[in-house]
Design a protein around this ligand. Sequence first.
Ligand code: MN
Length: 201
Amino acid sequence: MADKLSKYKSMRSEKNTPEPFTSKKIDKKKLYFVVQKHAATALHYDFRLEVGGVMPSWAVPKGPTLDNKVKRLAMATEDHPLDYRSFEGTIPEGNYGAGKVIIWDEGTYIAEIQEKDGTRIAINNKKEAEKVMEAGIKKGEIKFFLNGKKLKGSFALVKTHGFGGKNAWLLIKHKDEYVKEGWDAKDFVQSEVSGKTIEEI
Ligand code: MN
């Protein structure tokens, strides 16, 4: 755990910022995800999936979408503590990522694997799911089903291997019953926890 969060900890001061520094596990059978809208230097959406007791994270400038025809750039960032998923508030000026944060979406997810014929299979065992996710992150391709409030259905995160730089991935909605053409994160402005917009924090 300490190793996985060493980069995160090196970028922040526990004394100066209200952000969490630990990962307390809660429901041991489920895997959580969160999307935090973050008004830093540039507005973006931090997409985080629980894997192995921490949250591998991607910054998505335009936010996730339910439109399967749109690919969203997602820049891999440092793993965050699991407790970070409940953070909503203000990161003070002068600290890394200074600016307001709201919990734009949250929920649980199910890891998926895809057969050669395109069929997607849910991995319901948590340990097995985390292994699949860890291997997928190393390889640069993961698939998962989100049970969020705004986001539902099957998605993929795929490393570009070149385009956009070495940390660049694409967040893609798979075609399923949850697809909504033209669906855009910017049209959905409220926190799923407080109901506040980022301006109201
Ligand atoms: Mn951020």
